[in-house]
Design a protein around this ligand. Structure first.
Ligand code: HEM
Length: 405
């Protein structure tokens, strides 16, 4: 059994950059690296593309029900298992996914494009006019806040409140100066408090008099498939899932994409010359930034993965961000190349739990860069991007930039 050289549970390991070199070393070694934890079960790290892909596609041998993140997977069933789509194994997963996806497919995403485009355009135009801005505040965080608000059918004054609570629930609000950031119990306490506040807030929204009839909350409350409806608790938990899954992810993809362009000005000029590469650029942003860095799974049946024997109950940390830099699949994986083809990244994973918001987030990233493309000649960093310490999302607190017309 191999020992990891870096502490992958410590959020500080992930700033200023995720541990790409440590993952590359793990990919080259036989077997899966194992890391002990003091107050929680140890875990195997799955780092090679093919292993990540095969775990993601196998919902029979690997379970989501004991938690989906290193901080929450502590060896027992998650209380939301069986009720929240992301924390549910087949066969119950199929029913939940069908109900949730009915309000979140590509045509729903496309129908939101008009309402999102003019907003994105206004925010980008204001940011360009201002010259120097914090791009996170000016654009990145506003886009998913609006998209999630529109998706759920919330009145506009509720959007930012929900987005803020959802961000805190995903990423502990501890700052990197705070010495408690390395303490799992402290992180769990702060995340549990934020989750509780988000749930109470959402419970109030379910009865909001101004919910849009075609919004997802109303649809989920009324949806019926094969004679089955979601309970109120299931609607609440799945809205929580959507609010959390939809906000930090897309916000950091957009921010990380802008950082990548600012550090690779030739790629920005290439996109300006060949705007038809925009969809391909969106895929490269997703691969290169890997907004969700890991998911976890618990082994259900004895088997072998990447040369390591596994037994029921073993915890796997599936490093999507490592798979997306696997040199066996991607030529020069650390290079940001908007014309990469093919680009079979796993940013949304694969298989039964493949991200339900993929179309919506692709749309948002596309709208932001489309708008930038029509206005901006060069992107200059005015200072280092400020990252938030977390091993779950590739999170940015701020990005001071100058956007020049
Ligand atoms: C760049 C943005 C996004 C990224 C990188 C991303 C990534 C992911 C990943 C890695 C998973 C876990 C898959 C697994 O466990 O195998 C997931 C699941 C999910 N995502 Fe996303 N996501 C993004 C945006 C969104 C948005 C905008 C929404 C909805 C508003 C959303 C809703 C969901 C849901 C509901 C699931 C659970 C699906 C299931 O378990 O069947 N995501 N996403």
């Amino acid at each position: 059994m191999l020992d990891v050289q870096v502490d992958l549970t410590d959020p500080r390991t992930f700033i200023p950059e995720p541990p790409y070199q440590a993952w590359a070393a793990m990919r080259r070694q036989d077997g899966l690296a194992f890391q002990e934890r003091r107050n929680a079960p140890g875990f195997f790290s799955v780092t090679r593309y093919h292993d990540v892909d095969s775990v993601a596609r196998d919902a029979t041998n690997y379970s989501c029900e004991s938690g989906m993140t290193l901080d929450t997977a502590l060896g027992s069933q998650d209380p939301a298992a069986g009720k929240m789509v992301e924390l549910t194994d087949p066969p119950r997963h199929r029913r939940l996914r069908k109900l949730v996806s009915s309000g979140l497919n590509r045509s729903v995403a496309n129908s939101m494009a008009g309402a999102l485009r003019w907003r994105v355009d206004t925010w980008v135009a204001d940011a360009v006019r201002a010259g120097a801005v914090d791009f996170v505040e000016a654009v990145s965080e506003r886009v998913p806040s609006a998209a999630t608000g529109l998706l759920l059918g919330l009145p506009e004054w509720e959007w930012d409140k929900l987005a803020d609570r959802a961000s805190r629930a995903l990423c502990s609000s501890l700052s990197h100066e705070d010495e408690e950031v390395g303490d799992l119990s402290a992180r769990r306490r702060s995340t549990a408090t934020a989750n509780g506040q988000l749930l109470v807030h959402l419970a109030g929204l379910l009865d909001h008099a101004e919910l849009a009839d075609d919004g997802l909350i109303r649809r989920l409350l009324d949806a019926e498939i094969d004679g089955e409806r979601l309970t109120r608790e299931e609607v609440l938990l799945n809205c929580l899932n959507l609010a959390i899954a939809g906000n930090e992810t897309t916000k950091n993809a957009t921010t990380g994409g802008l950082v990548a362009f600012s550090r690779n000005p030739d790629q920005w000029q290439l996109l300006r010359r060949r705007p038809e590469l925009l969809d391909s650029a969106v895929e490269e942003i997703l691969r290169y930034t890997s907004p969700i860095q890991h998911v976890t799974r618990t082994v259900l049946r004895p088997g072998t993965l990447g040369g390591t024997d596994l037994k029921p109950g073993d915890l796997l940390c599936v490093w999507v961000a490592s798979a997306n830099r696997d040199e066996e699949i991607f030529t020069e994986p650390d290079a940001f190349r908007i014309d990469r083809d093919p680009n079979p990244h796993l940013a949304f994973t694969a298989g039964k739990h493949f991200c339900l918001g993929a179309s919506l987030s692709r749309l948002q990233i596309r709208l932001v860069f489309e708008s930038l493309l029509s206005r901006v000649e060069s992107i200059g960093l005015l200072g280092p991007p400020i990252r938030r310490p977390t091993n779950l999302v590739t999170a940015y607190a701020s990005l001071p930039v100058e956007l020049t017309e």
